[in-house]
Design a protein around this ligand. Structure first.
Ligand SMILES: *[C@@H]1O[C@H](CO)[C@@H](O)[C@H](O)[C@H]1NC(C)=O
Ligand SMILES: *[C@@H]1O[C@H](CO)[C@@H](O)[C@H](O)[C@H]1NC(C)=O
Ligand SMILES: *[C@@H]1O[C@H](CO)[C@@H](O)[C@H](O)[C@H]1NC(C)=O
Ligand SMILES: *[C@@H]1O[C@H](CO)[C@@H](O)[C@H](O)[C@H]1NC(C)=O
Ligand SMILES: *[C@@H]1O[C@H](CO)[C@@H](O)[C@H](O)[C@H]1NC(C)=O
Ligand SMILES: *[C@@H]1O[C@H](CO)[C@@H](O)[C@H](O)[C@H]1NC(C)=O
Ligand SMILES: *[C@@H]1O[C@H](CO)[C@@H](O)[C@H](O)[C@H]1NC(C)=O
Ligand SMILES: *[C@@H]1O[C@H](CO)[C@@H](O)[C@H](O)[C@H]1NC(C)=O
Ligand SMILES: *[C@@H]1O[C@H](CO)[C@@H](O)[C@H](O)[C@H]1NC(C)=O
Ligand SMILES: *[C@@H]1O[C@H](CO)[C@@H](O)[C@H](O)[C@H]1NC(C)=O
Ligand SMILES: *[C@@H]1O[C@H](CO)[C@@H](O)[C@H](O)[C@H]1NC(C)=O
Ligand SMILES: *[C@@H]1O[C@H](CO)[C@@H](O)[C@H](O)[C@H]1NC(C)=O
Length: 599
């Protein structure tokens, strides 16, 4: 501590000297610090350093040009007193909006509920930028406003005649707030019966309609309500609107640029290739609209043209299962796009209602969710299912306050489970707190560990940890190990020092205090817990038997039993000579002795 103060003092004094001497002095201080066992990360931001290790870990700074500085991809936040990293992906963790702007642009923000970089309201991440969008039935005349459906960018278009977003050709309107869905026909893919329309060649046969069965439209004679729609709109719409045309590829023979791994790009290539960007003149990353896949390549997000490849077949799309339209990859019909545009998710089927997560249930409208017990889609408590339309309709007295449907509706460190936001694994509401706080081993990046006695936020790992490395924890408390059997304990982990003991309530003591006691099937002998034995129990050595059963027993053939020539007494507690009981033998000996003595 003293040395720490001293070194800080020296730091201030030596800064007026020439840099070479300063660095020397620092090296000396760090060396002294090392000798005395003090962690040598003492140099604050803007002060002189010689290696990254010198700089204060909690400030997350590095040693650049002999000074502790935020690295080129981060900036110093005055109130938080640390370097914050610029975010280079949509939906990545953030603390404030400044972190989001360089990559996601001016219309992005750090969402204060979820602490993730996202677009400001009425904007959506699409084709590598936050774009102003309108939903079905909303105006799209304003410049740069696109029509965007929640889950399928192909489903809506801006109508020239009305200036409103409407269902695109080949899509039908489910009414109300719901999405537009792809029209399907007999023998083709579907998810719900409303998707199935009669086919044109069956037009002449009256009352032939179709319904969805196990993912395919099948002939049926119901769904009359679709008939007029079919007559009016459908027959002249070609089913596969897929059109293949080529984009002009970058005029290059650079194979790295065309198809290379991000790690192989030189700075020049990174600057010139359309799929990569040299972020803040410092780091090669995938350009907005592209992301790094598991193989290290930048691939286009859904709905984005791949500017270095000319796809001619859906099977070439990097994200699957896909559908190629206008040279852009989208999700296959009845699969839908996730909000980060990187995944195609399956949808539930009307027939099974099966789901893996809430996203699958979007086919039932915005109020449906996945019951994690039954793994079936169901309407939330404030809505009911209309069997005909397969939509969850809000009840007349619906109150959607405090109801969540997905994790996106929940604050930081909370997960939506059964319509309610609950603390994510590793976090909990301490003392009925409004927010979820970290347990031991969970992140203290945003909320510290002061609610746990004897715990601190580790500078190195950024996790809550017990102050003393000898402490044990159940995640909620940091406690000392017990010294011996019968010491008081609160958690099981404290009893680790005594083998075969557990933290238990001693029923006979009645003092309602939990202590480390021998576990079931173990007995206390002089403060050590030994496995209970009875004659005939398995043993490994003599002591296993004698410590519990007494010295008369031995371990023979791996069983606690009497030595040869002896057998159990009547009570079964001791081994005695087979000819009779010990006491009889003793009496007999004494009698013989007395007899000899007196004769
Ligand atoms: C560090 O130095 C720079 C440039 O001299 C200055 O602008 C900045 O405010 C300093 N930062 C701190 C935290 O003192
Ligand atoms: C809408 O108008 C644009 C520009 O005037 C035109 O290119 C496009 O073909 C029109 N679309 C329809 C469906 O009429
Ligand atoms: C389909 O288009 C043809 C001409 O292209 C037209 O004569 C016919 O009426 C249309 N059918 C429907 C059902 O709109
Ligand atoms: C690319 O390679 C082809 C054939 O190898 C050559 O004809 C063409 O000029 C090259 N283009 C560029 C831009 O280097
Ligand atoms: C697209 O690829 C699939 C699978 O590779 C193939 O079966 C299909 O014939 C291809 N379609 C076209 C139009 O080339
Ligand atoms: C279901 O929706 C249809 C179409 O909107 C409507 O006509 C019908 O009355 C609804 N059924 C129920 C039970 O609400
Ligand atoms: C809706 O529910 C919330 C709590 O869940 C409650 O505070 C609020 O008063 C309710 N609103 C109405 C209109 O009942
Ligand atoms: C999930 O389904 C089961 C069985 O139908 C039901 O008992 C349970 O209440 C459901 N869970 C929720 C949160 O609705
Ligand atoms: C729990 O909350 C109550 C009421 O806000 C407060 O009085 C009490 O001190 C808190 N307990 C702890 C251990 O922080
Ligand atoms: C914390 O993490 C360490 C190392 O990963 C692990 O050994 C320990 O069991 C964890 N403790 C708790 C309470 O989760
Ligand atoms: C024992 O302790 C528990 C929890 O501390 C408490 O709820 C219970 O009332 C106590 N019982 C007695 C008999 O004191
Ligand atoms: C228990 O302690 C007593 C007295 O100190 C000693 O005679 C005996 O051998 C001890 N037993 C064991 C199993 O250590």
């Amino acid at each position: 501590m003293l040395l720490c103060v001293f070194s800080r003092f020296v730091t201030i004094v030596v800064e007026t000297y020439r840099p070479r001497e300063t660095i020397f002095m620092h090296k000396l201080i760090l060396f002294l610090g090392f000798l005395s066992g003090i962690t040598p990360s003492i140099v604050a931001i803007n002060e002189t350093c010689s290696t990254d290790q010198d700089c204060k870990v909690q400030e997350k700074s590095v040693c650049l040009n002999d000074h502790c500085t935020c690295d080129y991809l981060s900036y110093y936040q005055e109130t938080k007193r640390k370097c914050l990293k610029y975010v280079t992906e949509y939906d990545e963790f953030c603390l404030e909006s400044e972190q989001c702007h360089p990559f996601l642009g001016a219309n992005s923000q750090c969402d204060q509920v979820s602490n993730r970089c996202s677009c400001i309201s009425t904007y959506k991440w699409y084709q590598g930028t936050c774009r102003k969008y309108s939903k079905k039935g909303e105006s799209c005349i304003e410049q740069d406003t696109i029509c965007l459906d929640a889950i399928n960018p192909l489903a809506l278009h801006c109508s020239n005649s009305t200036g409103m977003c409407e269902c695109a050709d080949g899509y039908y309107d489910r009414g109300g707030d719901s999405d537009c869905r792809k029209i399907s026909y007999i023998d083709l893919d579907c998810a719900i019966s409303a998707d199935c329309f009669p086919t044109c060649d069956k037009f002449d046969v009256p009352n032939v309609y179709s319904h969805c069965e196990l993912g395919f439209c099948k002939k049926t004679t119901v769904h009359k309500e679709h008939f007029s729609l079919y007559k009016k709109d459908v027959c002249n719409t070609s089913l596969t609107t897929s059109m293949e045309f080529s984009v002009s590829l970058q005029d290059t023979n650079d194979t790295t640029c065309l198809n290379g791994l991000l790690q192989d790009f030189t700075e020049q290539q990174c600057r010139n290739c359309p799929k990569t960007t040299y972020f803040l003149d410092r780091q090669c990353i995938c350009a907005p609209g592209y992301f790094l896949d598991d193989n290290g390549k930048c691939i286009p997000e859904l709905g984005m043209v791949d500017s270095t490849a000319n796809y001619v077949n859906s099977s070439e799309c990097p994200i699957k299962p896909s559908k190629l339209v206008d040279n852009k990859c989208y999700c296959r019909d009845y699969w839908f796009q996730t909000s980060n545009n990187r995944q195609c998710k399956k949808t539930t089927l009307e027939y099974t209602k099966n789901c893996m997560d809430n996203d699958w249930c979007l086919a039932m409208g915005p109020y449906a969710y996945c019951n994690d017990t039954t793994m079936k889609c169901q309407c939330n408590s404030q809505s009911t299912l209309n069997e005909t339309t397969f939509l969850c309709v809000a009840k007349s007295d619906a109150n959607m306050t405090d109801i969540c449907l997905s994790d996106r509706d929940c604050p930081l460190y909370e997960t939506c489970t059964n319509e309610r936001c609950r603390c994510t694994e590793g976090f909990y509401r301490f003392n009925l707190s409004d927010v979820c706080l970290p347990k031991i081993n969970s992140s203290c990046e945003v909320r510290d560990c002061t609610h746990i006695a004897n715990a601190r936020c580790s500078d190195i790992t950024g996790l809550c940890e017990c102050e003393s490395p000898d402490d044990v924890t159940d995640g909620l408390q940091c406690l000392k190990l017990v010294n011996k059997l019968y010491d008081e304990c609160l958690i099981e982990e404290q009893c680790k020092t005594v083998n075969h003991s557990s933290c238990l309530n001693q029923s006979e003591a009645m003092d309602n205090v939990t202590r480390c006691l021998c576990s079931q099937q173990y007995l206390d002998v002089n403060g050590t817990c030994y496995a209970k034995k009875s004659p005939g129990s398995l043993c490994n050595n003599q002591k296993d038997c004698t410590v519990i059963l007494g010295e008369s027993f031995i371990c023979r053939n791996m069983l606690c039993q009497c030595p040869l020539g002896k057998s159990l007494n009547v009570a079964g507690s001791m081994c005695v000579s087979s000819s009779g009981s010990n006491s009889v033998t003793l009496l007999r000996t004494v009698a013989i002795f007395l007899l000899i003595y007196f004769l």
